[in-house]
Write a protein that binds this ligand. Structure first.
Ligand code: PMP
Length: 405
């Protein structure tokens, strides 16, 4: 297998840090991933060599900035196999991408229309649709999950109907690690002619996203969860859908002609990208995806599977530890609760040992309530984590358990 985790780690300067004298064990990749040196360099290079605004090319710096910025759009299009570079819309992240779609749809929804989401949504893909429905009088339907965190496909199918206008669900659940069968769910929604948005925040970092093969209309993701900078993300949409999508933000860059009384909109992708974009962020994200696609994705996936398999096996040996999310098709995320130990205390004690995890409601309060808990501790793995780190995490957890009695 051509996957050398030590060589990969050497590309991430932050991973060689110590925390309170202990080696950093970074297991909070669901919140954000670390950045390889090439991505950091691409940001520094942009600001040191060609910082200028884009698409205003009266001078060479602007031309070079525009060239790098638009190259990044091509890199994204290639990475997700978009049919066309104009389908790649820059956003600030997944949240903004979902809002762009939901705010546009809200203008078209009417009482009687239905939007379907699932019980496993992150707030970004729940509150946004909830508000679109509240504003328009449409109905929000929430498709249930089983107790193991797997979507109940039969009930999902039964939640759809001729009034369904939009179906939105996560590719991978940030709280449970469940991988949803995107193609299958999309096909069910398409049988009723509904639009489909996939929240790709957690799906994008695990490789081989092919938006054409998935069959959805929109796929939203954040750069920072796939080794790129914060503050940049992508909304991919089918050209035929995006072309007529209501504009959300108005201002510079997105117009064709403007008078004091009216304005017309430009062509894709600019019509959905008002204002000066996050130029450096886009370039950094393009670099991150280029870096990622040079890896052997099958080997990356095998390594990540080894990490989660080892974690699940070791968890079975810890008394009083209950895993939240045990769907058969699951990746990279180990959420759990423990008897007699609050997640925040577990997080605190692990942190003292240099081990970084997430604790709390996972930005999914309704899901936590559905599962009868207030929150979890969550370790989330990325391709640069090692089996030794998984074991260090469990050693830390045992220590926390002892300390918390
Ligand atoms: N959806 C899911 C499943 C997520 O994990 C996240 C990030 N935690 C988001 C949406 C929102 O992403 P961002 O905060 O980068 O916009």
């Amino acid at each position: 297998m051509s996957f050398d985790v030590a060589a990969i780690r050497a590309e991430f300067p932050i991973l060689s840090q110590t925390v309170d004298g202990k080696p950093l064990v970074y297991l909070d990749n669901g919140a954000t991933t670390q950045k390889p040196q090439v991505v950091i360099d691409s940001l520094v290079d942009f600001y040191t060599q060609c910082n200028a605004n884009v698409h205003r090319g009266a001078h060479q710096l602007s031309d070079e900035a525009t060239r790098r910025y638009e190259k990044a759009r091509d890199q994204v299009a290639r990475f997700i196999n978009a049919a066309n570079r104009n389908e790649v819309i820059w956003t600030s992240g997944t949240t903004e991408g979902i809002n762009l779609v939901a705010k546009g749809l809200a203008q078209q929804l009417e009482a009687g229309d239905e939007v379907v989401v699932t019980e496993m949504e992150h707030h970004a893909n729940l509150v946004t649709w909830q508000q679109a429905c509240l504003q328009s009088g449409a109905t929000l339907r929430v498709a249930p999950i089983f107790d193991n965190g797997e979507l109940d496909l039969e009930t999902f199918k039964a939640s759809l109907g001729p009034n369904t206008r939009m179906v939105a669900f996560p590719h991978v659940s940030n709280a449970l690690g469940t991988v949803n069968p995107v193609k299958e769910l999309t096909a069910m929604a398409k049988a009723y002619g509904a639009l489909v948005l996939v929240d790709g925040a957690q799906g994008i970092a695990h490789g081989d996203v092919d938006v054409q093969a998935l069959g959805c209309d929109f796929y939203a993701f954040s750069g920072h969860k796939v080794f790129g900078p914060t503050g940049i993300g992508v909304l991919w949409g089918k050209q035929s859908v995006l072309e007529n999508w209501p504009v959300w933000l108005t201002g510079g860059e997105m117009i064709a002609d403007v008078t004091y009384q009216s304005a017309t909109w430009g062509a894709l992708p600019n019509r959905l990208e008002a204002g000066t974009p996050n130029i450096a962020g886009a370039i950094g994200l393009g670099t991150a995806l280029e870096w990622f696609s040079q890896l052997d994705i099958a080997a990356v996936q095998a390594h990540e599977k080894a990490l989660i398999d080892s974690a699940m096996a070791q968890a079975a040996d810890i008394q009083g530890m209950r895993l939240i999310g045990t769907a058969p098709n699951k990746i990279g995320i180990l959420s759990f609760v423990m008897d007699n130990a609050h997640p925040a205390d577990i997080g605190f004690i692990l942190d003292r040992q240099g081990i970084a995890i997430r604790t709390g409601d996972n930005c999914a309060q309704p899901l936590m309530h559905r599962l009868g808990i207030n929150g979890t501790a969550r370790a989330s793995f990325s391709l640069y984590n090692t089996l030794e780190e998984v074991s260090a995490f469990f050693a830390g957890l045992r220590k926390a358990q002892t300390m918390l009695g």
